[in-house]
Design a protein around this ligand. Structure first.
Ligand code: SAM
Length: 350
């Protein structure tokens, strides 16, 4: 998965294909509507107002659209950060972000810079929208309740699946937990240790602030529920979803849902507070997305209004992205609670 997605020049994210949006393979919330990023900008101000000065750090900025929309909203609200940092795994996307941002907001360009490692003693707000799901995960196969790990090998007819006993101690521990929850005889399950390691490192660099992780996923009991016998691994090519990562290497996206309980446990162990866990719909409604829609509607452009309402439905309806996507908010040394995270808080489910 690491090679297929990130091999320099050839991996899915490293090579030059379109990826995001209608002409690519999948669409993310910031691409659907600026309302998403505008609302996120409102939400993050509840945390940034508690800091004397703050920086923003976005992981995996995709096309750069979210950075542009957030900075425009913060500019309007008189709440710009000192710096807007981006850490991007793909050199190709980084070049595209630079081009798009320079063109869209030249006056704010000097606020933005790209980093190759986590900033030390970071004070500010960190954002990761659909980043953890793009990190390589382990895939386990339970047969008669006994776990093995799925690997990929080169066979006569190309790459193929193979299975081996678990060698990683952490995976063995995790497989016990998974089996207690699932209890089935034959099923697949993913474990994303990369995202957990990423979060641990990030927490150690955070001095004060908040981290918003937005992604599709579930709490652990739902994630490993017997209903999901095939796990949550998915591939996307030209907006077609399927479950075969062995075809189209480097040309299709490979992803899995996030186990938010694992991330919350990792956060606690790393000294962060788990401040909120909401569905994307509740997070956006609490952040005032409907009020923002009304403000934008003053444009008196009926077609634009219609498009905005359609986009809003995609972002918040349970049958679209409203329920499947969650927001995990983690904080460090913030003096006060973040009030909007109290709406329909689901931390009890983690
Ligand atoms: C599914 S795209 C999401 C893009 C964007 N956040 C959005 O919502 O439109 C995943 C992004 O995360 C980046 N990425 C994956 N792993 C990363 C990591 N460890 N650090 C930084 N960026 C990463 C990818 O290169 C890509 O830009």
């Amino acid at each position: 998965m690491q090679l297929c997605l990130y091999y320099p020049g050839l991996g899915y994210y490293s090579a030059g294909s379109q990826k995001l949006g209608p002409l690519g393979d999948f669409t993310t919330s910031p691409e659907i509507s600026s309302l998403f990023s505008q609302t996120l900008a409102r939400q993050l101000q509840d945390a940034s107002k508690q800091l004397d000065s703050f920086d923003l750090l976005e992981f995996g900025a995709g096309s750069g659209k979210m950075a542009i929309d957030i900075l425009l909203q913060l500019e309007e609200d008189n709440a710009l950060p000192s710096h807007y940092y981006i850490i991007e795994a793909s050199a190709n996307l980084q070049a595209r972000q630079l081009e798009r941002i320079s063109h869209a907001i030249p006056r704010l360009k000097n606020k933005i810079s790209w980093l190759t490692s986590f900033p030390l003693h970071f004070t500010g707000i960190i954002l990761a929208n659909e980043v953890c799901d793009a990190m390589p995960f382990h895939r386990l196969h339970f047969e008669n309740g006994k776990p093995s790990e799925c690997y990929v090998e080169e066979g006569r007819e190309g790459i193929q699946w193979t299975q081996h006993q678990l060698l990683n101690k952490e995976l063995s521990n995790r497989s016990d937990t998974i089996h207690q929850i699932n209890g089935g005889n034959d099923y697949y399950a993913e474990v994303n240790l990369t995202a957990e390691a990423w979060l641990t490192s990030l927490a150690s660099c955070m001095k004060q602030g908040a981290l918003f992780i937005i992604d599709y996923g579930h709490c652990r009991n739902t994630y490993y529920h017997p209903q999901r016998q095939q796990g949550t691994m998915m591939c996307y090519y030209q907006h077609q979803g399927h479950e075969n990562p062995l075809i189209l290497p480097g040309l299709q996206d490979i992803t899995s849902h996030i186990d938010f309980t694992a991330l919350a446990e990792t956060a606690l162990a790393a000294g962060l507070n788990v401040e909120g866990f909401q569905t994307q719909a509740d997070f956006l409604l609490a952040g005032g997305i409907t009020e923002l829609l009304q403000t934008n509607e003053k444009s008196e452009n009926t077609f634009n209004d219609f498009q905005q309402k359609t986009a809003l439905k995609r972002l918040i309806l349970p049958s679209e992205m409203g329920e499947n996507f969650k927001v995990l908010t983690l904080t460090k040394r913030l003096p006060e609670l973040l009030p909007r995270l109290q709406l329909a808080d689901r931390r009890y489910s983690l």
